[in-house]
Design a protein. Structure first.
Length: 308
C-alpha cells in the first residue's frame, strides 16, 4: 500500500473539510436567496363574508413563504394582539381571536417552544382578555396569556427624536420572535391605529403623556421595536368612535388580512381601507421620511390572493 506522509494527509483532510463545509454554505446561500425572493407583503381577501379568518391567515402566510420562514424550532414567540378593551369580537375593538388562534397554531407547528401573548390594557385586564375571546383560544391551544407585571417594565434608552427613554416590557425583548397582530380601526387621537400604534400596549409609565407628541413618539417606538412579522387584522374594521367603539353601526366587514415584514408598509396599506393613503397619516408619513419602511407599499413585492 502506498504510504501517505503528513503533508499529504493534511492536504487531504483539508480538502475533505472544505468539501464537508461546501454543502452547508451552499444551503445557507440557497436559504438566503429563497428568502429574498419571497414577497415582502401578502394581502388575502375573502370572496364572501363566510370566508373563515383562519383561511385568510393561512393563505396570506403561505404566499409569504410560510410561517417556517419566520419561526423555527425551539423559538420563544411573542404574539402581540390588541386586546386592550372590554369588548367582544363583533365590535372590532380588539384583534380577531380566530386570527390570533391561526398564528398560535402555526408557531407551534413550526416547533416554537413557547408562545406568549400580552397587552397593557386600558380596561380591566382580566375582563379585556376574556371578552376579546383571545384568552380562550390561547389557553385551548397551549399558549401563555401573560398578565403584565409592573416590575417587568424596565426603563430603556429609546434614543428617538422626541422619546429618549421609556419603560418597556422586558418579556418582549426576551423572545426570539415578535409577531405584531393589530386590528385596523379608527382612533380619536391618531386618526387610525394599526401596527405602529399597537406598540403602546408594550410600554408602561404615564402613557397619556406620550399624546403630547403622539405621532413623533410612535415613530420613535417603531424605530426601537422591530417585529419579525406584522399581521394586520381587517376581518372587521372599526370606522368610527375608536379606539374602543361600542356600536355595530361603526363596524365594517372587509374579510382582509395583510401580512408583511415592513410595518410602515403594512400600516400604509391599512390606510387605504379607510379611504386614505399612508401620507395622510402623520406617523406613517414621518416613519417613511425616517427610512423606517416604505410608505409607497406598491413598490414592494406584493402577493394578492382571493380566498373562498
Amino acid at each position: 500500500m502506498e504510504q501517505i506522509n503528513r503533508k499529504t494527509f493534511l492536504k487531504m483532510t483539508s480538502m475533505s473539510g472544505a468539501a464537508l463545509m461546501l454543502p452547508a454554505d451552499l444551503n445557507h446561500l440557497k436559504q438566503n436567496l429563497w428568502a429574498q425572493s419571497q414577497p415582502q407583503m401578502a394581502i388575502a381577501t375573502g370572496k364572501s363574508d363566510k370566508t373563515e379568518p383562519e383561511k385568510l391567515v393561512t393563505e396570506a402566510l403561505k404566499s409569504m413563504g410560510g410561517m417556517k420562514r419566520f419561526v423555527g424550532r425551539g423559538d420563544v414567540v411573542v404574539i402581540k394582539p390588541n386586546m386592550a378593551w372590554d369588548r367582544t369580537p363583533e365590535y372590532a375593538a380588539n384583534t380577531n381571536p380566530e386570527v390570533v388562534a391561526s398564528l398560535i397554531k402555526m408557531c407551534f407547528d413550526c416547533g416554537a417552544s413557547k408562545v406568549k401573548l400580552f397587552d397593557h390594557t386600558v380596561n380591566d385586564t382580566r375582563r379585556s382578555y376574556r371578552q376579546s375571546g383571545i384568552q380562550t383560544v390561547a389557553e385551548n391551544l397551549g399558549a401563555t396569556m401573560v398578565h403584565m407585571d409592573q416590575r417587568k417594565f424596565k426603563e430603556m434608552k429609546i434614543n428617538g427624536n422626541t422619546l429618549k427613554k421609556w419603560p418597556v416590557y422586558t418579556e418582549l425583548f426576551e423572545a426570539d420572535r415578535i409577531i405584531n397582530v393589530p386590528i385596523a380601526k379608527h382612533h380619536s387621537k391618531s386618526r387610525l391605529t394599526m401596527s405602529i400604534k399597537n406598540w403602546m400596549g408594550v410600554i408602561g409609565g404615564r402613557r397619556s403623556k406620550l399624546h403630547w407628541n403622539l405621532d413623533e413618539n410612535l415613530v420613535d417606538l417603531a424605530r426601537f421595536i422591530k417585529p419579525t412579522l406584522t399581521v394586520l387584522d381587517a376581518v372587521r374594521i372599526l370606522t368610527n368612535n375608536g379606539p374602543q367603539g361600542g356600536s355595530l353601526a361603526y363596524v365594517k366587514r372587509l374579510n382582509t388580512i395583510a401580512v408583511g415584514t415592513d410595518q410602515v408598509a403594512v400600516d400604509s396599506f391599512g390606510c387605504t381601507l379607510f379611504g386614505m393613503t399612508g401620507n395622510d397619516l402623520k406617523y406613517v408619513r414621518l416613519a417613511g421620511a425616517e427610512k423606517l419602511g416604505e410608505v409607497n407599499f406598491n413598490k414592494l413585492n406584493i402577493k394578492k390572493v382571493s380566498v373562498s
